[in-house]
Design a protein around this ligand. Structure first.
Ligand SMILES: Nc1ncnc2c1ncn2[C@@H]1O[C@H](COP(=O)(O)OP(=O)(O)O)[C@@H](O)[C@H]1O
Ligand SMILES: [Mg+2]
Length: 299
C-alpha cells in the first residue's frame, strides 16, 4: 500500500520497507563495526561469532550484507533462518544449502559429506560458513550439534565459520553455565544497540536519499525526526513503520511535509508507547527549541 505515495514524493522505491535490504544499509558506527567483525571473523577463520541485539536493531540486515559478501567472494555458506527446527531438520537444511546431495539426508550422511566439503574447501584455500539467525530459539540439542561442528579444525584454523545472530536472550543462553562449552568457543561477540539521536537523523536521511528523495530534510523536518527518535527509542524497525505511516498520512492529505500532528496520529494508530512524558502541545508552538530539549532530556 505504501508504494502508493512513491510517485507523489518522487521516490524510485519505498524508503521505509521492512525487508532487510542491504541496498538501504546505513553504516552507523556500530553496524559498520559489526559487519567488519563478521567479515574479519570469517576471513581469519575464527570459528564462532555471536551477534546480538534487540528485535529490530538490524541483525538480519547485517546477515544479508554478509551473505552478499560471501556470494561475491564465492565462499560456500548455509543459512538457518527458521530456528525452531529439530536436529534432523537442521541437517536437512545444511545438506540442501551446501548442496551436499545426501539422499536421505540423515545426520551421519550429512556429517560425512560435510566433512569432505570442508576439507576440500580448506585444501583450496577457501572456507565455509554456517549462518544462524534467531539463535535464541534453538533447542539445546541443535545448539549442541552446532557446537560440535565448530570443533572441526586443522592447523590453519576452524574449518567451519559459524555466525550466530540472536535477541538478547541468546546472550543470556551463552552466559548460562549449562552452555559454557559453547560460550568458550565464541571468538567474537558483537552487540547492536538502538540508534542515538544523531544516528536516527542520519538513518532517516540516508533511507530517503537512497529511495531518491532530493531534499529529505524538507520532507521530514529535523524537529519531527527528533520526536520520532524519542517515540521509537531509536529502534530502526519501529522508525521504519512510523516514517512509512507518516508519509502515507502526508500523501493522503496531499502535503509534501510531515508534521508533529501527523506524528501524533500515527503514534496513536501504532499504539506507540514511550517512556518520558510529553510536553503539552502549547509549549511546542511557544518554544522553538522544544524538540531538541525534549530529546536531550530523555537521552
Ligand atoms: N543499519 C541499517 N541500515 C538500514 N536499515 C536498517 C539498519 N538497521 C536496521 N534496518 C532496518 O530496520 C528493520 C529491522 O531490521 P532487521 O535486520 O530485520 O532487525 P533484526 O533482525 O535485528 O530484528 C529492517 O527494515 C531493516 O532494513
Ligand atoms: Mg531478524
Amino acid at each position: 500500500m505504501s508504494s502508493l505515495y512513491n510517485v507523489f514524493f518522487g521516490f524510485k522505491e519505498n524508503p521505509f520497507n521492512l525487508t532487510p535490504d542491504p541496498v538501504f544499509l546505513y553504516r552507523s558506527h556500530q553496524h559498520e563495526e559489526a559487519l567488519s567483525n563478521l567479515i574479519y571473523g570469517v576471513q581469519s577463520r575464527k570459528g564462532f561469532i555471536a551477534l546480538t541485539g534487540e528485535v529490530g536493531t538490524g541483525k538480519t540486515t547485517l546477515l544479508e550484507c554478509l551473505r552478499d559478501f560471501l556470494t561475491q567472494n564465492r565462499i560456500d555458506f548455509a543459512t538457518i533462518f527458521n530456528s525452531r527446527l529439530t536436529v534432523a531438520e537442521f541437517f536437512e537444511m545444511v545438506n540442501y544449502d551446501l548442496d551436499l546431495r545426501c539422499n536421505p539426508p540423515s545426520k551421519t550422511q550429512v556429517l560425512l559429506a560435510l566433512n569432505e566439503v570442508l576439507l576440500h574447501n580448506t585444501r583450496n584455500g577457501r572456507t565455509t560458513v554456517l549462518i544462524v539467525d534467531e539463535s535464541q530459539n534453538l533447542s539445546w540439542e541443535v545448539l549442541e550439534e552446532i557446537r560440535l561442528l565448530g570443533n572441526l579444525e586443522n592447523r590453519a584454523g576452524k574449518l567451519l565459520q559459524i555466525i550466530m545472530a540472536g535477541q538478547p536472550e541468546f546472550d543470556r543462553i551463552l552466559d548460562d553455565p549449562t552452555y559454557r562449552q559453547l560460550k568458550q568457543r565464541v571468538a567474537l561477540r558483537c552487540t547492536l544497540r538502538p540508534f542515538a539521536e544523531s544516528e536516527t537523523h542520519q538513518y532517516i536521511h540516508s533511507r530517503l536519499a537512497t529511495a531518491g528523495a532530493t531534499n529529505p530534510a524538507l520532507l521530514i523536518p529535523d524537529h519531527v525526526v527528533s520526536e520520532i527518535h524519542v517515540r521509537t527509542q531509536g529502534i530502526p524497525r519501529i522508525i521504519n513503520s512510523v516514517a512509512d505511516n507518516l508519509l502515507l498520512t502526508a500523501f493522503a492529505m496531499a502535503e509534501k511535509q510531515v508534521t508533529l500532528e501527523m506524528l501524533d496520529e500515527v503514534s496513536n494508530d501504532l499504539r506507540l508507547e514511550w517512556g518520558a512524558q510529553r510536553v503539552s502541545r502549547e509549549r511546542i508552538f511557544d518554544d522553538q527549541s522544544y524538540p531538541r530539549k525534549v530529546a536531550g532530556r530523555r537521552e
